[in-house]
Ligand binder design. Structure first.
Ligand code: NAD
Length: 380
């Protein structure tokens, strides 16, 4: 089977779907691997590093895609690029189908069997294929570094000849993969860390990485199953707002990572909450790709309101393209290798991982949440 890896076309994207170490594994497993010239350049991986492990470099991306049985990508392809693929080919990447409905429709229409790694079930078996987790981990780490670089204070407590400096106070909102890494990173830098989540079961995890849990007792359970959260009821929202206002007013840095159903960001840091924060404090809104947790966030920009700096970076993992590409590539390669038999990918619609990740197949959108979203958006 022939694998093709195009250069990513999304603005600002610096990752590449596979790195040479993974290509080597795929070639050993029996695949032929081709990559578009320069696809790894923004992640500092030159074409010759791919050539050394037996990858073919293609100058003509359309010709490469037209012959491929399996296309590996980071993001969903641009709608205009979908027809360049061979009808009936497989596609694997982090397609974010709920946010990219046009690409999903184009993939279905062109009869591509598309798998999205962000729809993979969050099970132990699937963990090594889970790009959401590897990328959220990077976002949590990087988000804290952005805050530390911007904060007009030290993070750690310091005893200096000029006297003692107290540690920065950091408040992390949302304590799943990104939030837990943000806590751990802020702790490593010596900050005093507080964290909250609407799923009370994460209290122990928050404490195990060194933060103090701050929570409210919810009137209605906020768990949506599978470890995801659902939107709070009106009454619980109001109670959470009070708690967030109190906490945010006391800290130097807020790192927010809250998502509903893993996709959309609830607007929980209101204008009023920001107004009560100390001048010089920082908000890093890591949920900006999902719309942002802060009412004042402008996704992709940094704004200052009453002396509070609100950063809402987009696609944070792309800012660390070397490790982001390496981990992403290992996730995709593990998916492929897991389902390779006799040197070819085996489609198995009874397998829970393939079933969960499958978005389009035989001309249809088959992923239930994406189908619902399309229906709400006006049909296919
Ligand atoms: P996510 O990005 O969907 O959400 C981030 C966090 O925001 C969640 O903890 C959620 O509860 C929280 N949140 C939502 N609304 C909130 C609000 N109003 N206020 C505060 N917090 C709010 O999470 P994720 O990183 O994709 O992880 C989703 C689940 O999958 C988690 O339970 C995680 O532990 C689990 N997980 C399991 C595995 C595995 O077993 N293989 C791997 C990774 C993640």
């Amino acid at each position: 089977m022939i694998i093709a890896v195009p250069k990513e076309t999304a603005a600002g994207e610096r990752r590449v779907a596979v790195v040479p170490e993974s290509c080597k594994r795929l070639i050993q497993a029996g695949y032929e691997v081709g990559i578009e010239a320069g696809a790894g350049a923004a992640a500092f991986i030159p074409d010759d590093a791919y050539e050394k492990v037996g990858v073919t470099i293609h100058k003509d991306a359309a010709a490469m895609l037209g012959k491929a049985d399996f296309v590996l990508c980071v993001n969903a392809p641009a709608v205009a690029d979908v027809p360049k693929m061979r009808s009936g080919a497989y596609l694997l990447g982090s397609l974010m189908p709920l946010r990219k409905l046009d690409a999903v429709k184009a993939l279905a229409a062109h009869k591509i069997t598309a798998f999205s790694t962000d729809a993979i079930p969050r099970t132990t078996r699937a963990q090594s294929m889970d790009t959401l987790s590897s990328m959220a981990n990077i976002a949590g780490y990087r988000g804290v570094l952005l805050a530390a670089a911007e904060l007009p204070k030290y993070f750690p407590m310091l005893m200096t000849a000029a006297g003692m400096v107290p540690p920065a106070k950091v408040f992390v909102i949302g304590a799943a993969v990104a939030g837990l890494q943000a806590i751990a990173t802020a702790r490593r830098l010596g900050a005093n860390v507080f964290a909250t989540d609407v799923r009370p079961e994460v209290k122990e995890e928050i404490e195990s990485v060194g933060a103090k849990y701050v929570g409210i007792e919810l009137k209605q359970d906020a768990s949506a199953g599978g470890g995801y959260a659902k939107e709070l009821s009106g009454e619980d929202k109001a109670r959470q707002r009070e708690m967030l206002a109190e906490q945010c007013a006391q800290v130097d840095v807020v790192i927010s990572t809250a998502l509903i159903g893993g996709v959309f960001a609830p607007r929980i840091i209101t204008r009023e909450i920001v107004a009560k924060m100390r001048p010089g404090s920082i908000i890093v809104d890591l949920a900006a790709d999902g719309g942002g947790n802060c009412e004042l966030s402008r996704p992709g920009e940094t704004v200052v309101e009453n002396g509070v700096t609100i950063m809402a970076p987009l696609n944070v993992p792309s800012a660390m393209p070397t490790h982001a590409s390496t981990l992403f590539s290992r996730n995709l390669t593990t998916f492929l290798q897991t389902f390779t038999k006799d040197k070819a990918f085996q489609l198995d619609l009874n397998d829970d991982i393939q079933q969960g990740a499958l978005i389009t197949h035989e001309g249809q959108v088959v992923h239930a949440r994406t189908k619902d979203m399309l229906a709400k958006a006006g049909g296919q």
